[in-house]
Design a protein around this ligand. Structure first.
Ligand code: ATP
Ligand code: MG
Length: 200
């Protein structure tokens, strides 16, 4: 930690699987805002997604995120929501992080699509008091400003048109994932036979 008030970025997601879009957001927001670290917080139960599709077990998604950040300075995988269990609410995660590091500053990093859904989050109105919002653009998705009165900054990141949805389809079709996810994540998907991975 570099200063008396540690600055932590929180990039929450399902990470099913993690990809370079997540990593580009993490490293560029960390740099732009001089954050000590960015946590990739793996949702235990992404309640807004369950019911719409089958979500990969949280332990597999955490393993992929750990592989994705291996050797990356200042970007860490967080299992906090897995340890807490149950549906994953960002407000609870922020409270836990704040309690663990009193005096620290928290920054919630959101891609354009996630920013658009902010008001549907559980106890969304409590967020502004807990963290600043950091918005990053995402190709093909319009990033609306957050609700009136919410503090936010925008950070420019390289726009890459990659999504976990597309990557899952790629595995099913046998198309390559190389350069869209770190090599360690490809290995993890292969070893755990995720997304219907079939050996060549
Ligand atoms: P899915 O297609 O399954 O929804 P995803 O690619 O959107 O997966 P998530 O785990 O849902 O990944 O996203 C976690 C966070 O990362 C969200 O805030 C999302 O907006 C952001 N994000 C995902 N992909 C990108 C990208 N290519 N560029 C910028 N931000 C991204
Ligand atoms: Mg998404």
């Amino acid at each position: 930690m570099s200063g008396p008030r540690p600055r932590t970025g929180v990039l929450g997601g399902t990470f099913d699987p993690p990809h370079i879009g997540h990593l580009l957001a993490a490293v560029n927001v960390r740099h732009a805002l001089a954050l000590d670290r960015v946590l990739l917080v793996v949702a235990n139960d992404p309640w807004q997604k369950t019911g719409t599709r089958t979500v990969t077990p949280a332990a597999d998604r955490l393993a992929m995120v750990q592989a994705a950040v291996a050797g990356l300075d200042g970007v860490e995988a967080s299992d906090l929501e897995l340890r807490r269990g149950g549906p994953s609410y960002t407000v609870d995660t922020l409270r836990e992080l704040a309690a663990a590091e009193p005096g620290g500053e928290l920054f919630v990093v959101l891609g354009a699509d996630a920013a658009g859904g902010l008001l549907s989050w559980d106890r969304a109105e409590e967020l502004p008091a807990l963290a600043s919002l950091v918005l990053v653009d995402r190709p093909g998705m319009v990033c609306p400003p957050p609700p009136e009165g919410w503090a936010f900054v925008r950070v420019e990141i390289p726009r890459v048109e990659v999504s976990s949805t597309d990557l899952r389809a790629r595995v099913l079709d046998g198309r390559p994932l190389d350069f869209l996810v770190p090599a360690g994540v490809v290995t993890c998907i292969r070893d755990r036979r995720l997304y219907g991975f079939a050996s060549p």
